[in-house]
Design a protein around this ligand. Structure first.
Ligand SMILES: Cc1cc2nc3c(=O)[nH]c(=O)nc-3n(C[C@H](O)[C@H](O)[C@H](O)COP(=O)(O)O)c2cc1C
Length: 194
């Protein structure tokens, strides 16, 4: 294999297509698309999202210190993309997209009712990395539509159909099928006699 050096860039795969929902100082709901984010702690469960300080969302999170991370499904790609095209300072994005903001149960932040799941988060930490601030949110609760749950109340990725963002071609992709069980698929190599 021949590797070509491409220089430093924010190219890693997969990145999510998440929608961060907040209230502004006047309790007006706003949403923004975020691809720079991931789960960063198990106990307490925590998520990191990287938000540029110029975003209205950043201002809102610093004021309210609470937010939700809403996860849209494949069919909602237009709405998810639109939320990243304009600021909530200039437009009521949720109304224009024909979606519904509902107050979350455990945090002072809205969620998008039509999206299949959301994480209710409290801001616990913040780090300036340059262009973006990493905001750490402790996940207070996870809410999921019943239709995406299996019989053990576990979220099924094939029913959720989350949107993958590819930062190199700036395009959205769907999730493919299962290719193996984690902590199991590798056992064949682990148990191989050398
Ligand atoms: C696919 C996609 C991913 C994005 N990811 C981020 C991100 O991780 N962090 C960020 O600060 N902005 C990101 N943006 C840009 C914001 O969503 C955009 O600037 C938005 O208009 C900000 O809205 P607000 O001012 O209402 O908060 C992304 C946009 C798109 C389309």
């Amino acid at each position: 294999m021949t590797f070509k050096s491409l220089g430093p860039s924010a190219a890693a795969f997969p990145t999510p297509t998440w929608v961060i929902a907040t209230y502004d100082k006047n309790e007006r709901a706003n949403v923004m698309t975020a691809a720079w984010g991931g789960i960063v702690n198990s106990n307490p469960p925590s998520v990191a999202v990287a938000v540029q300080p110029v975003r209205y969302t950043y201002e809102n999170i610093l004021v309210k210190r609470e937010f939700t991370v809403c996860i849209p499904s494949e069919t909602q790609v237009k709405e998810a993309d639109y939320f990243g095209l304009i600021s909530g300072r200039d437009e009521d994005k949720i109304e224009k997209a024909g979606l519904t903001a509902v107050r979350a149960e455990k945090v002072n932040a809205p969620y998008i009712k039509e999206f299949p799941m959301h994480l209710e988060c409290k801001l616990t930490d913040r780090m300036n990395l340059g262009s973006h601030f990493v905001l750490i949110g402790q996940i207070i609760d996870v809410k999921a539509e019943e239709e995406i749950l299996d019989h053990k109340d576990s979220i099924e990725i094939q029913k959720l159909k989350p949107i993958i963002y590819s930062p190199t071609d700036r395009s959205y992709y769907a999730v493919g099928g299962e290719i193996g069980k984690a902590f199991t698929a590798g056992k064949e190599i682990k148990d191989k006699k050398s």
